[in-house]
Structure formats: C-alpha cells, structure tokens
Design a protein around this ligand. Structure first.
Ligand SMILES: Cc1ncc(COP(=O)(O)O)c(C=O)c1O
Length: 434
C-alpha cells in the first residue's frame, strides 16, 4: 500500500506549520487539504507527520515525470555545479533543447523561445501576434485561463482571475466555449460547437474595429473545470483564423508533455497552430516554459526585442532534457493514455453510486469530477467538494478542485495500475460514504 495514515489529519506538525502559514503568509493562495508537505517521490507524498498519500494533483499538473524523479534530480545537481545562468548567451543545453522541442512539434513550428513560467510564454505569444499582424485585438473564450500577469489576466474569460484588477488590455473580444455539460446556449441545443462559431462571427462583426491580431484557446479548459470541446471544434477555429489571416495560438501550458495521452494535445486533431505556449510538465517542477512558433512569424521581432533574465537558463534546460529522456525511457505518453482510460472507466462507474457526482470527463491523465447538488439542475456544490477533499486526505489521497466544485484528477504520469486502483478505491469509499 502506498497510502499510510498514522496520525489524525492534520497531524501535530502540520498543525504547527499551518499556524505559521496563517500568521505570516498571504491568504490569497488556493484552498488545500490541511497538511504540510515534507517530501515526495513518484506519486507518493509524505507530510511533516510521516503520513503518506497518493497524489492526484501533480502540484498543479506540473510533476508529470513524478515527484523528484532521481534522474531529474541528478541532472539538476550536475548542471547546478557547472553553470546556472548566462542570460542570452547560447548554451549547449538551450540550443539542443530548442532542436528537440521543434522536432517533437508539427513541422510548421520551427522556432522555440524559452521563458520561465506559463504566463510569460502566453504573454510572449500575444506580443508576437501583435507585432506580426500590426493589429491589437485578441479573441479568447468564456472560462478561459491563461495566467496571472496583467496581459494574460486580460485574456481570461473568468471573473475570478480579473475581478477588481482592471482596466484590462484593450481590444479583448470574449466568446463562448462549447461546454457539453453546461451548455452556454441552454440544455436543449444540440450543436453547441456550431452555435459557438456562429456567436464568434457575430461578436467579431459587432465588436472588432478591424484590428484583429489573434485568437487564443486552451485545447481543454483546465481552470474552468476540465471542459473538453467537441471533436472538430479546434480545427474549425484554426481554419477560421487562417481564412482571416490572424494568428492562431494554442495554449498548451497545461495540456502538453503527455497530459492528455499525446505528447501535445494538438495531436488529437492534427492541429497546425501558428504558436503554442508550453509550461508546467516541461520542467516537472523546475520553472521553464516555451513558446513554439513559426519562424516566419517570429521574424517580425528584431534582435533584443524579447528576452528574459531566467528564460532558457542552463539549469532548467538540463532539467527539460532529463525529462524528455524519462518520457522516452518510461513511455509516459503511452502510460497516460492507458491508465487514463482505466481510471476514467472506474470513475464513470462511480457516477451511479454517488448522488453528487454529476459528470466525469477528460482524456489521458487529466479528468474532472463535477460535484453537483442535483444531477438535473447541475447546480455546483462547493461545500460538498471541500468535504470530499478533506475526507480523501484523511484516507490517504490528495486532490484539489477548480471552479469550486470540479475535482481535478491529474496524477503524475508515472502512476502504476496498482497505485491507480488503490487511489480509486479511496475515492470510491469517500464518494459512496457522502
Ligand atoms: C492553460 C494555462 N495557461 C497559462 C497558465 C499560467 O501558467 P503559470 O502559472 O506557470 O504562469 C496556466 C496555469 O495554470 C494554464 O493552465
């Protein structure tokens, strides 16, 4: 057994450090189960009281190769002793990582620009789209999340990200996302993707001043509740953008590095975006992100127009090389696909046994469990969701939630069938006991 709970939760040490956190840290961080992490390995997390848990969060979909993978830790240690930072000077680590990333991408994406966090990669994409087109308007989606900088916050179709932080970047046009569970056009509309495309045409006709630069979308909306669009929708957007000569940006900060059961989520529909932002799994715990782009678009920037103090630093690049090696050696994309299918089958079967589990959705090792008060009205149930988070923790499973009521199922991609089944048993026990 991986999970082993030896103390009441929270244990005495967790209580002590949580009290320090409450006294000295800002309260703006997200709600978490009441434990303090000590160390972690693979899918197992130990708290400061020696309790062990199975992790369904991967941090926040970050540690795709598993927590503190020994090969990754070794690569970081060796590189730290050699060279940490040299700003924009090329290094072997950076240029060979650029080559590797380009070779793993569709043939039109032939340039890589490294940054530090996902928001920075997205900000960079918007900057390039504006320079390339000479325009400034951006289309993004209701519920979308692209980061926390002022620029990426402006792209967000979520009030929670931008509430009272305005004014936002001028030129934003927001359009509905084809949510198949909570249909934005009402429950009886069948062709939600078609309606969203029609709405977008109307919104652009009514709101654009004729200065459209680009459109940005996530392959699935993570922060909005793991909402996957109907097949074909993203391809239609790509064609829509191409027909208008605007830049199509796919935000794969969360969905890349095997999360959906493909190395890049764009592979599911053979998409050809002009730019792709990548984050989280590329560093599996180290702060690195990447903008993959067409060189003909990147050429619109001059020397010195875009760089970053820590962007593509040798330490993080060495880490990403180790991560790519681990992906190949341990076949993590294939594991995500196979274990994802297994977990989804078992979770879907739990729907009939739990009055609050309204929907199970997702692909690969990223799924959402939508907790509702009533399966007919689909009213969100955040209070119950918190109870489930706490009860799972007491039983040895760490989970988190987005949008208040959608439980995130996103274990590290190294999870085994035994670990998956043990964690699913805990979830089933909690859900059926509520
Ligand atoms: C789709 C997407 N884009 C951008 C970001 C922002 O990344 P970061 O928090 O690393 O800046 C996130 C983070 O959750 C994300 O999920």
């Amino acid at each position: 057994m991986t999970a082993n709970i030896k103390t009441p939760i929270p244990g005495p040490n967790s209580q002590k450090y949580k009290a320090l956190s409450e006294k000295y840290e800002s309260h703006c961080l997200g709600y978490q189960a009441p434990i303090v992490w000590d160390h972690a390995r693979g899918v197992t997390v130990w708290d400061v009281d020696g309790n062990s848990f199975i992790d369904w969060t991967s941090g926040v979909l970050v540690t795709n190769v598993g927590h503190s993978h020994p090969k990754l830790a070794k690569a970081i240690g060796e590189q730290a002793a050699r060279l940490l930072n040299c700003y924009d000077f090329p290094t072997v680590e950076r240029v060979t990582l650029a080559e590797r990333m380009v070779k793993l991408s569709p043939e039109n994406l032939d340039n890589a620009f490294f940054a530090t966090v996902g928001s920075e990669a997205v900000d960079s994409a918007v900057r390039v789209a504006k320079r390339h087109t000479g325009n400034f308007e951006m289309i993004s989606f209701f519920g979308g999340f692209h980061g926390r900088t002022m620029g990426t916050m402006s792209l967000a179709g979520k009030m929670a990200t931008k509430k009272k932080f305005g004014p936002i970047m001028p030129g934003m046009i927001y359009v509905p996302f084809p949510d198949q569970y909570r249909n934005p056009f009402g429950s009886d509309s069948a062709d939600v993707a078609g309606q969203c495309l029609e709405f977008m045409d109307n919104a652009v006709n009514a709101q654009s001043t004729g200065s459209l630069a680009g459109l940005i979308i996530e392959p699935y909306q993570g922060a909005a509740g793991f909402i996957f669009p109907p097949d074909g929708f993203l391809k239609s957007l790509e064609e829509w953008c191409r027909a208008r000569g605007i830049v199509f940006i796919l935000d794969e900060v969360q969905s890349s590095f095997g999360r959906t059961g493909k190395f890049l989520a764009l592979e599911w529909e053979n998409l050809r975006p002009n730019m792709v932002s990548i984050g989280k799994g590329i560093g599996s715990g180290m702060p690195i992100s990447c903008l993959l782009a067409e060189s003909q678009i990147m050429k619109s920037l001059d020397v010195g127009d875009m760089s970053s103090t820590w962007g593509g630093n040798p330490l993080c690049c060495a880490a990403s090389h180790a991560i790519l090696d681990i992906f190949e050696e341990e076949k993590l994309v294939e594991n995500a696909l196979a274990l994802g299918e297994h977990m989804k089958t078992r979770l879907t079967a739990m729907k009939d046994k739990c009055a609050y589990l309204g929907d199970v959705r997702g692909r690969g090792l990223v799924m959402g469990l939508d907790i509702v008060k009533d399966k007919k009205t689909k009213e969100r149930y955040p209070e119950m969701t918190r109870n489930i988070i706490n009860k799972c923790c007491e039983n040895g499973l760490i989970i988190g939630a987005v949008s208040g009521n959608v439980i995130r199922v996103a274990p590290p991609l190294v999870i085994t069938k035994e670990e998956a089944d043990e964690s699913l048993d805990i979830m089933e026990k909690v859900l059926t006991g509520m």
